[in-house]
Design a protein around this ligand. Structure first.
Ligand code: CP3
Length: 366
């Protein structure tokens, strides 16, 4: 490794492979990271879980840094995604939130404009100050400026720091429904019955999400991802209104303050509409879910937009020769395009950590 690989001479040519690809430069083998790479499948993660509840872990910089770095130490991923959650934003605006064992997030539902008015966006910056502190420490650690940091197998200056937020529609799903759901029927019904309420909620979230991402970038995030996990529940008209529109507004606002910082969009289960999403939101990269056909994605998505994805998380869980073959097939299918290897959704808690090691070797020897 030469020093020129590590330290960028100027901002237009970042040294980190993940950032180069997100800015449109193909690379072979592709850089990689995994959604939910910090998680329950790691014994060192489970060991820290006993210590505090989830929100406290997110809000304690030392813990958030440690949990973010765990997968970097083991696998030297090209990206380190901040340990946090998409529901920290509604929590920071004052919506009561709890993460319950084997249930997931539970919130006090917001179903009308009166409840919406009780949220206080002016608290967000202060309430999330520990997140900014975690990002500052992470950036110093990853870039080799913190002699006390343990990167394990990771190399200083090689791993890019990723910030993220939930996209307005997906965050609204949890805020209105009050918990996870397969269909988010309460939310979608509320959106049809009281469109003014739902529009106001989406607009508030779009504005606060842009500010959140800007704060993360100012604290050290080098690229950001917008998770719209439930985008695919919407019919096309609502998809355009509640998914594409707000994502476009967020990209515009982030780009105005931080041109050159890549934004990755993930309109999960968006099907044929992902082409329109990629063309119209202005995202630098499109994250593809497990069901996306890569040949079709190549055709639907403009060439300037990088693609990220999309191995089935169950392939990773199952392991074996199929894992290696499929991972390499994903890489080959997107060869020549700017491509970031990832899963089509998050790492599952039952995944054996050795399988992640096999996957990393398979992609790096593709
Ligand atoms: C929908 C959504 C949420 N959170 C997130 C999404 C979008 C991506 C997706 O579709 O999975 C995003 C998220 N959540 C978490 C991260 C951290 C970074 C990473 O990817 O490693 C990220 C990027 C940590 C987390 N977020 C959560 C945990 C588990 C907490 C624990 O078990 O201690 C973690 C590590 C909790 C969470 N948070 C959420 C749910 C539904 C749950 C419960 C179910 C579950 O446990 O997976 C909301």
């Amino acid at each position: 490794m030469s020093s020129t690989e590590v330290f960028a001479p100027d901002d237009d040519k970042p040294a980190k492979k993940l950032l180069r690809v997100l800015r449109g430069e193909p690379s072979w083998p592709p850089p990689m990271w995994l959604m939910r790479q910090a998680g329950r499948y790691l014994p060192e993660f489970r060991a820290m879980r006993a210590q505090a509840d989830f929100i406290t872990r997110c809000m304690t910089p030392e813990t958030a840094v440690e949990l973010t770095l765990q997968p970097i130490r083991r696998y030297a991923m090209d990206g380190a995604i901040l340990f946090s959650d998409i529901l920290i934003l509604p929590w920071a605006m004052g919506q009561p939130l709890e993460f319950r064992e084997s249930v997931g997030p539970v919130l006090e539902p917001i179903r009308d404009r009166d409840a919406l008015r009780r949220l206080d966006p002016s608290r967000v910056a202060e309430a999330t100050a520990p997140v900014a502190e975690a990002l500052r420490r992470l950036r110093a650690a990853l870039d080799g400026h913190d002699p006390a940091a343990d990167l394990g197998a990771g190399r200083p200056g090689a791993t890019a720091l990723l910030g993220f937020a939930g996209a307005p529609f997906t965050v609204a799903c949890y805020m209105v429904e009050g918990r996870g759901s397969r269909e988010f029927a309460e939310t979608r019904t509320a959106a049809y019955r009281d469109p003014a309420f739902f529009e106001a909620l989406i607009e508030l979230l779009a504005e606060q999400t842009a500010l959140t991402l800007c704060r993360q970038i100012e604290a050290g995030a080098e690229a950001v991802m917008l998770f719209d996990s439930w985008a695919g529940l919407l019919p096309p008209g609502e998809f355009r209104r509640h998914v594409i529109g707000p994502a476009a507004a967020i990209v515009r606002a982030v780009r105005a303050r931080h041109p050159g910082v890549p934004v990755i969009g993930f309109p999960r289960l968006g099907g044929l509409l992902v082409g329109e999403y990629a063309a119209e939101t202005g995202v630098d990269a499109l994250a593809l879910d497990t069901g996306a056909d890569l040949e079709q994605a190549r055709r639907l998505v403009p060439d300037r937009v990088a693609l990220q994805g999309n191995l089935d998380p169950l392939r990773l869980l199952a392991g074996g020769d199929g894992l290696v073959a499929e991972a390499q097939a994903v890489c080959r299918a997107l060869r020549g395009r700017p491509h970031v290897f990832n899963l089509g959704h998050g790492v599952l808690p039952q995944t054996p950590p050795e399988h992640v090691g096999m996957l990393v070797d398979a992609v790096r020897s593709a």
